[in-house]
Design a protein around this ligand. Structure first.
Ligand SMILES: NC(=O)c1ccc[n+]([C@@H]2O[C@H](COP(=O)([O-])OP(=O)(O)OC[C@H]3O[C@@H](n4cnc5c(N)ncnc54)[C@H](OP(=O)(O)O)[C@@H]3O)[C@@H](O)[C@H]2O)c1
Length: 354
C-alpha cells in the first residue's frame, strides 16, 4: 500500500478527500498544523496523523521525505503551496494540490526542470478546478488542431466552502486591474464584467457568463497551446455588488481587515451540505475556433464540484503512484488525456446539444 500524506486534512475539502480515499482502500497519513483538530479526525477514521507547520523548514523537509506523495488540501495556496513544493522536491516526493489560483499554477510550472531531474510529479489543480475544464479544453483542441481561440464556460450550482471564499478574499486586491484573459499567449487585464455573453449548457439552461481569472488561463494554455483563452463563469453580480466592488477591494487590500473578514467567513460559511454534494451537477462548455471560421464545441456534465474534487484528486493520486504521469509539472489532461474525466462517475460529454 502506497504511503501518502494528506495535508489540510481537517478542512472542508480535506475531509471529503479522506472519505473518498478510505472508500477506495487507501490509508493516507493525515496532516495539518492543529493537533486538536487532527487527532480526533485521525481517530475517527483509524488513520495515523502528523502535526506539521509549513513554516517549520527543515522539519517539514524531514517529515515529508518518507512519503511517496503529498496531497496538499490547505489553501489559500498562494500562501501554502511553495513551502510544500520545496519540501517535496528536497525529499523526491510527488506533490498534488487543489489550487485554482493562476499565480500558484505558474509557480508550480517554474519547478518543471527540477521535478524532472528528481523524477517526480508536481501537479497543481487536481480538483474541480481544473480537471473537467482541462479535459474538455484538450478534447476540443484535439478536434481542431491549430485553433487560435478557446472559450471555457462553467455553471456550478450550490454554495462554496469557507476555504474557497477565503481564497477569493485573498486574491480580491489583485483584481483592481480587472479580470484576466489570455491574448497572444500572454495574460491581459480587462475591466470586470466586460465581455459577458450567453452560453447554453447541456441541461438546456441559457445563462449569461462573464470572464473570470480561472486557473485554466494557466493550464489550458499549457495543455493545448492555444494562444487566446477566455474563461467564463455564470456567477451573477448584481448592479449593487458591482458598485460596491471597488470599495470592497480597497478594504480587503488592508491586511488586518482581510484577516478579520476571513475569520468571520471561517465561522459562518459551511460549504455545500451532503445532499447538495450528492445531487447537484456542474456544467461546462468549451469551444475552440480558428481564423477560417471552423470551430469545435463540446459540453460536459459532472458531479457537484467539491465531490468531484475528492473523486478526481484521489484517482490522480492512484495514477501518479502507479507511474502513469510523466515527471515534471504536467496538467491533469496533459498527463491523463481528455477522457480522464469520463472515468469519474456521473461525467458525461456531448458533441452537440440534443
Ligand atoms: N480546485 C478546486 O476545485 C477546489 C475545490 C475545493 C477547495 N479548493 C481550495 O482548497 C482550499 C481549501 O478549501 P476548503 O474548502 O477545504 O477550506 P477550509 O475548510 O477553510 O480548510 C482550509 C484548510 O487549510 C488549512 N490552512 C489554511 N492556511 C494554512 C496555513 N497557512 N498553514 C497550514 N494550514 C493552513 C486550514 O487549517 P487551519 O484550520 O489550521 O487554519 C484548513 O485545514 C481553498 O484554497 C480552496 O479554494 C479548491
Amino acid at each position: 500500500m502506497a504511503n501518502w500524506l494528506l495535508y489540510g486534512a481537517y478542512g472542508y475539502t480535506g475531509r471529503l478527500v479522506i472519505e473518498e480515499a478510505v472508500r477506495r482502500g487507501h490509508k493516507p497519513v493525515l496532516a495539518g498544523r492543529n493537533v486538536a483538530k487532527l487527532a480526533p479526525l485521525a481517530d475517527q477514521f483509524g488513520l495515523d496523523w502528523l502535526a506539521l507547520d509549513l513554516d517549520d523548514g527543515d522539519k517539514l523537509v524531514t517529515a515529508v521525505a518518507p512519503f511517496d506523495l503529498v496531497f496538499h488540501a490547505a489553501g489559500p495556496f498562494a500562501i501554502t503551496s511553495d513551502p510544500m513544493i520545496r519540501a517535496c522536491l528536497a525529499g523526491s516526493t510527488h506533490y498534488v494540490d487543489i489550487t485554482g489560483e493562476i499565480a500558484v499554477f505558474e509557480n508550480t510550472f517554474r519547478y518543471d526542470k527540477q521535478a524532472r531531474e528528481k523524477g517526480i510529479v508536481l501537479m497543481s489543480g487536481v480538483g474541480f478546478d481544473v480537471v473537467p475544464t482541462d479535459c474538455l479544453a484538450r478534447y476540443v483542441a484535439d478536434k481542431l488542431p491549430g485553433a487560435a481561440d478557446l472559450e471555457l464556460a462553467f455553471m456550478a450550482p450550490g454554495s462554496v466552502s469557507a476555504g474557497t471564499t477565503n481564497t477569493m478574499l485573498e486574491s480580491m486586491p489583485a483584481l483592481k486591474k480587472g479580470s484576466i484573459v489570455r491574448r497572444n499567449g500572454r495574460y491581459q487585464h480587462i475591466p470586470l464584467g466586460q465581455g459577458a455573453k450567453n452560453f447554453t449548457f447541456n441541461n438546456g439552461k441559457q445563462r449569461t457568463a462573464a470572464p473570470i481569472p480561472w486557473g485554466d488561463l494557466a493550464t489550458a494554455y499549457r495543455t493545448t497551446g492555444i494562444p487566446n483563452i477566455t474563461t467564463y463563469n455564470t456567477m451573477r453580480v448584481t448592479p449593487m455588488q458591482a458598485r460596491l466592488m471597488p470599495l470592497a477591494r480597497g478594504l480587503l487590500a488592508v491586511g488586518p481587515i482581510r484577516r478579520l473578514a476571513q475569520a468571520i467567513v471561517a465561522r459562518r460559511v459551511t460549504g455545500p451540505g451532503e445532499q447538495t454534494r450528492q445531487t447537484a451537477k456542474s456544467y461546462i462548455y468549451a469551444r475552440a475556433a480558428n481564423g477560417d471560421g471552423k470551430q469545435a464545441e463540446a459540453w460536459l456534465e459532472t458531479m457537484e464540484g467539491y465531490r468531484l474534487t475528492a473523486a478526481a484528486g484521489v484517482r490522480i493520486v492512484e495514477k501518479i503512484l502507479a507511474g502513469q504521469a510523466p515527471a515534471g509539472t504536467p496538467t491533469p489532461a496533459q498527463a491523463f488525456g481528455a477522457d480522464f474525466i469520463l472515468e469519474i462517475e456521473g461525467s458525461k460529454r456531448f458533441d452537440t446539444l440534443g
